[in-house]
Design a protein. Sequence first.
Length: 146
Amino acid sequence: MAYFSERLPHVLTRSDLATLLTPTYAEAGSVDDEEAFDRLQRALADEGLADDLYESISTALRASAGPRTEPDALMDKLSKRVGARKGRMKPAPGSPKISAALVRINLILGLAPESMQAVMQSEKGKAALKDGLAALGTHLVNELLR
């Protein structure tokens, strides 16, 4: 699936993603913001994770766009809001869906038990991860565009 806009990775860089996801990761992992940000930056170096997050954000952007909304106009609005919301994002509400996405991050970082890899490769794990990424994307878009 193509991104909502080709501009998305430029408007919302990986560093921005790490910053915006820090409150969620810090709260869920019971780590301070600095440690959470560092871990997220390392995890987002993984092409697959970054691509999956951009896809989930794209899906949420499509859902929030009206029938007459121009993608460039929404990207301009998103660009303005990214800078304004840095450091002021609320954490995503804890849920099994969000936990699945955070387990993937921890697997990339080598912080989750290897047994979790098998769980995440199961059909149920893949479905939970897909739902978790969608929930994170929706949370980010809602926070940024509200």
